[in-house]
Design a protein around this ligand. Structure first.
Ligand SMILES: [Zn+2]
Ligand SMILES: [Zn+2]
Length: 346
């Protein structure tokens, strides 16, 4: 089968590999129908994920059809359409039992697929702990509708869940990339009084205005003043930092009102400053990143009920045979690209 492979620093290549097999009774093999490209894939390519193993198949956002299951798999059967979770987790350790599945203490726990073990920008993928890692897609939900459930949408859902959003709140979301928009969709489910999105790209600002007309939009340079004018208590009640740029962590806590929750969803390339003297008396609560992707069943139900729709994020489609081109487009952020659906059977 064809599999997009991390060859070495700076180089991915579509290679011919053997089709994966079950290695454990809890494994499943999934025929990938649609995959996508995530910024984390680019982080692997450019060497900022040191634990990524050269030679592995990349890709951790995918949906497919179960081809084969091990003897101990109980929740899915061959022929089921499924979402694949970005995180591998055992479901039994201390962290899993508390819902902190990102910190699963299994040796394969956490983000393993497409990083430390073969992922899904390929025709087939082996999924360990399939009872935890796969969720059946309801019949009325398409592959396109379900494509982001296991990764970016799970991240937005988790971020909204841990941010204590109330009906009177003004929520500021910094960054309207794919994860920022998924975060926005999940914050909207909480029905806060106001949502402000801060974004610098004119194309992404246009996208937010076009699809989510109730949301206020501002640019980073005016963000502090804009939030002051458009909030009730001298700043945002909840800030969600999803941009991960050089100065957006600072912007996040500066825009927060005293006693606000600041949730850091972004992954930074550089260490960030926490200037505690400047924050003294603001009494902020920080929550930090690393999605616990254990809400996929609920997310699929919300999609089925028409309450979440991420299909507008799919701006481009490519067959697996042209995945090099898809990466070039995604990396260049040109042509209004937000997310790319990769047809892995083609
Ligand atoms: Zn990702
Ligand atoms: Zn575990």
């Amino acid at each position: 089968m064809r599999a997009y492979t991390y060859v070495k620093h700076g180089r991915f290549e579509l290679r011919e590999k053997r089709k994966p097999e079950l290695l454990d009774p809890r494994d499943a093999v999934v025929r990938v129908t649609l995959g996508s490209i995530c910024t984390s894939d680019l982080h692997i390519k450019h060497g900022s994920v040191p634990r990524a193993v050269p030679g592995i198949t990349v890709g951790h956002e995918m949906v497919g059809v179960v081809e084969q299951v091990g003897a101990d798999v109980a929740t899915v059967r061959p022929g089921d359409r499924v979402t694949v979770n970005v995180e591998t987790f055992c479901g039994e350790c201390f962290f899993c039992r508390h819902g902190y599945v990102n910190n699963c203490s299994d040796p394969d726990g956490g983000w393993a697929l497409g990083c430390r073990i073969d992922g899904g920008q390929a025709e087939y993928v082996r999924v360990p702990y399939a009872d935890q890692g796969l969720d059946r897609i309801p019949d009325t939900v398409s592959d396109e509708q379900a494509l982001f459930v296991g990764d970016v949408l799970a991240t937005g859902f988790w971020a909204a869940r841990i941010s204590e959003i109330g009906a009177e709140d003004t929520v500021l979301i910094i960054g309207a990339g794919p994860t920022g928009i998924c975060t926005l969709l999940c914050v909207m489910l909480k029905r806060p009084k106001r949502i402000i999105v801060c974004e610098k790209s004119p194309e992404r600002i246009r996208f937010v205005r076009e699809h989510y007309s109730d949301v206020l939009v501002c640019e980073p340079a005016e963000c502090r003043d804009f939030v002051l004018r458009n909030s009730d208590h001298g700043g945002a009640d909840v800030v969600m930092e999803v941009a991960g740029a050089a100065d957006t962590f600072r912007l996040a806590w500066e825009c927060a009102r005293p006693n606000a929750v600041v949730t850091v969803v972004a992954l930074y390339d550089e260490p960030q400053m926490l200037p505690l003297p400047d924050m003294y008396g603001k009494n902020l609560t920080f929550r930090t990143g690393g999605v616990d992707g254990c809400d996929c069943t609920e997310i699929l139900q919300l999609i089925e009920a028409g309450r979440i729709d991420t299909t507008p994020l799919i701006t481009h489609r490519f067959p697996l045979s042209r995945i090099d081109e898809a990466y070039r487009l995604f990396e260049s952020k040109s042509d209004g690209v937000i997310k790319i659906a990769v047809e892995c059977g083609k």
